[in-house]
Design a protein around this ligand. Structure first.
Ligand code: ADP
Ligand code: MG
Length: 705
């Protein structure tokens, strides 16, 4: 069994060398087991055939199957836009089929006058139903493969895989892989008593039904079983880690509240702390006198004042003779933190240095020598901090700002800089419940800042299309006349995307023309500029010397210009919800009423519309985060959330499966209580589940501290 599971994917019928490479590259599927562990994220009912007139925009169907006769074929468009189209009809209406790729092949295959079973994603163009790249099957072909159950899995895929295999093709591969098992049973890791206690279906049946559901009920049970195993493995891992950490007692002690902290608090603090800020600082203080290593996640919405908490905790470390560092996700943000913190510590004898990828020789040398000699107390920087050359004398406290930009591995490399692990504070604006946070980020405690500094007014958000641009310009001019500043942000999805840069520079030119000097000053800032130039334009904007800053989402995280009151987001439909929320958080930081304007094209997908509507309706980061997960669902394997997770979840969705999460947490506690090292013979399978979690986890905390 084990041997079949490990067998190279290229031996599965229908794969071969080229596809094996494609599967590995696109989906990391290398073995038969990998393929069987790749579960469908949804199922469609292949027995259902829709009359064309029932497929309307309002019906909100993701996939449809129709039976229609091809009436005509032809080409449309030219050059890169050239496409092959076919019109087909049934007794109730017409549908347009379109192909942009593989035109030659489809042209040869399709026959005018023949009836096909057509399967694809519906969209509507000028009121007409359109299917792009549908799958076609003649009625004869369809009847000859009638044997399978009605439900067919749709597998998470990528564009390259879809165009090589299609939904049906992928499904065939899974069938062929399953056939290799030849009736052998997949071993079950859970003791029979446990399966009974939690009402779980055997693992073998679960695998079978997840791929080839025999009924809706069996599918539900299969999903439940696989989620249970996945989350149980993670819980066993996290909980044993936690007991190891708690048994170790090797955390640094910060017993003292000293001069740096007190002077800052009594003399330098620019405003009173909010209740929430005070509470979190207290929690951190309590953690750092226990002798255990702190691993804490600090959640607080954009603008809630996390930086100050970070700074005061670092002062606590410094007062106790330790160094601290603050790692930011971008160069600009690191520079900004450095500027803010240096200014706030002006009158306090604490030395702060900065180190980023583009630090000049002198700055770099000062930082490196300073921290090695113990002369620098606080080091601020980007990823550059995790390079091997960076050697601290005694690093005691690490702050990581906006964790979702850092992989867990990168974080871990900071830990390794010490014999003993420093205390870790991870700050994020993504609000998530604690059990969920642990599932995502491993073993940690959670603090929450659930209060904004006083005097903030909720940002007003509007969604406009291009036709309202003149009105928008008028509005911006009014705001600028009031002395306010404006951000205009363009998406840059891939750094190399020439088109995106063109949009940005075109936008910049248009704005410079419509907002001419000397009345208006417009700055631009994007990733292709030299660090020094970027900094210069940011600095001008920060000092209020520029009215408009045109930028890519490099300003997304953390930039603080309280006088900026308008955030215009161009092509807003291309941003994810959490990114939109982050960007919006760049305004509304002062006492003035602020605005976020979402610009988009006229034609929007249902999902994009839902995102933009949600942004207009609420400023609550928690609600937006939930909706984001719901909209993106488990099918989106490129989800940005994944990259920050400690684990790649295959089937469980920690927000939706809270019940299974709680159940497995308690189950794991009970098992470990009885058998902490999982060494009882009947726990062999559980040991494997836990090991699988450890393999899945992107880092191993236990090797680090
Ligand atoms: P974030 O949590 O998004 O990192 P910041 O730390 O950047 O938020 O703080 C946002 C703004 O709020 C900054 O301008 C900061 O100076 C200000 N701020 C922070 N704490 C307070 C407070 N207690 N009272 C008033 N303003 C505050
Ligand atoms: Mg911040």
């Amino acid at each position: 069994m084990e041997r079949i599971w490990q067998q190279d994917i290229k031996y599965v019928a229908g794969v071969g060398e080229a596809r094996a490479r494609l599967l590995e590259r696109e989906l990391k599927i290398c073995t038969v087991g990998d393929l069987l562990n790749h579960y469908p994220f949804r199922y469609i009912d292949r027995t259902r055939i829709y009359p064309i007139h029932e497929v309307t925009d309002a019906a909100q169907l993701t996939y449809v199957q129709i039976r229609a006769r091809v009436m005509s074929i032809g080409y449309a468009g030219e050059g890169r836009k050239k496409r092959f189209t076919a019109y087909a009809q049934d007794a109730t209406g017409r549908v347009e089929l379109v192909w942009f790729q593989g035109i030659k092949w489809i042209e040869k295959k399709i026959e005018v006058g023949r009836e096909y079973l057509i399967f694809g994603r519906p969209s509507f163009y000028r009121g007409m139903l359109q299917l792009a790249h549908p799958e076609l099957e003649t009625m004869e072909q369809h009847l000859s493969r009638k044997a399978e159950s009605g439900m067919q899995g749709i597998y998470p895929s990528t564009e390259k895989i879809s165009s090589s295999l299609g939904t049906k093709g992928f499904y065939r591969l899974v069938q062929n892989a399953w056939a290799l098992l030849q009736g052998r049973q997949i071993a079950d890791p859970l003791p029979a008593t446990m399966r009974q206690q939690y009402g779980l279906m055997p693992l073998h049946a679960a695998y079978y039904n997840i791929h080839f559901p025999q009924s809706a009920e069996e599918l539900r049970q299969a999903q439940y079983r696989l989620k249970f195993d996945e989350l149980l493995g993670i819980q066993l891992g996290i909980q044993s880690r936690r007991s190891e950490r708690m048994a170790r007692q090797n955390g640094f002690l910060f017993p003292k509240v000293g001069t740096a902290f007190n002077t800052f608090f009594n003399e330098q603090l620019p405003f009173p702390l909010t209740g929430a800020q005070k509470r979190v600082i207290k929690e951190i203080r309590q953690d750092t006198v226990t002798g255990y290593q702190m691993n804490r996640l600090l959640q607080g919405d954009v603008g809630s004042g996390k930086t100050l908490v970070a700074l005061m905790s670092m002062l606590l470390a410094v007062d106790n003779g330790f160094q601290a560092c603050l790692m930011a996700p971008t160069e600009i943000l690191a520079r900004q933190h450095f500027a803010t913190i240096t200014r706030m510590l002006e009158k306090i004898p604490v030395r702060v240095a900065i180190l980023t990828g583009s630090s000049k020789a002198k700055e770099r040398r000062e930082a490196l020598e300073g921290i090695l000699a113990g002369e620098v107390d606080i080091l601020i920087g980007t990823h550059a901090l995790i390079e091997d050359k960076v050697q601290f004398q005694n690093l005691g406290f690490v702050v990581i700002d906006e964790q979702h930009r850092f992989g867990v591995e990168q974080r871990a490399r900071l830990w390794t800089k010490n014999q003993r692990p420093p205390h870790i504070l991870v700050m994020t604006a993504t609000p998530i419940p604690r059990t969920l946070a642990m599932t995502l980020y491993g073993d940690l405690d959670v603090s929450v800042i659930d209060e904004l500094p006083p005097g903030r007014r909720p940002i007003q958000t509007y969604h406009y299309t291009d036709s309202a641009r003149l009105r928008l310009w008028g509005f911006l001019k009014k705001q600028i006349a009031l002395g306010r500043q404006v951000y205009v942000v363009y998406p840059l999805i891939q750094e190399s995307e020439a088109m995106d840069y063109k949009d940005l520079t075109d936008g910049y030119e248009a704005i410079s023309r419509d907002f001419p000097l000397p009345d208006y000053v417009t700055e631009i800032c994007h990733g292709k500029m030299k660090a020094a130039d970027k900094e210069l334009s940011m600095a001008r904007f920060k000092r209020g010397e520029a009215h408009i800053l045109v930028a890519t989402s490099v300003i997304e995280v953390g930039v603080d210009v309280p006088n900026a009151t308008v955030m215009v987001i161009e092509s807003a439909e291309r941003f994810g919800l959490s990114q939109l929320h982050q960007l919006r958080g760049r305004v509304g930081r002062g006492g003035e009423q602020s605005y976020c304007i979402l610009m988009s094209g006229e034609k929007l997908s249902r999902e994009s519309r839902a995102r933009l509507d949600a942004m207009c309706e609420t400023t609550d980061g928690f609600k937006l985060a939930e909706l984001d997960l719901k909209l993106r669902g488990a099918g989106d394997i490129n989800g940005t959330m994944q990259s920050g997770m400690a684990f790649d979840l295959k089937i469980a969705n920690p927000t939706r499966d809270v019940q299974v999460l709680t159940l497995t947490r308690d189950a794991a506690a009970e098992i470990l209580n009885q058998d902490p090292t999982l060494s009882l013979p009947e726990h062999g399978g559980l040991r494997q589940l836990k090991a699988r979690y450890e393999a899945e986890e992107k880092i191993d905390f236990s090797r680090i501290s």
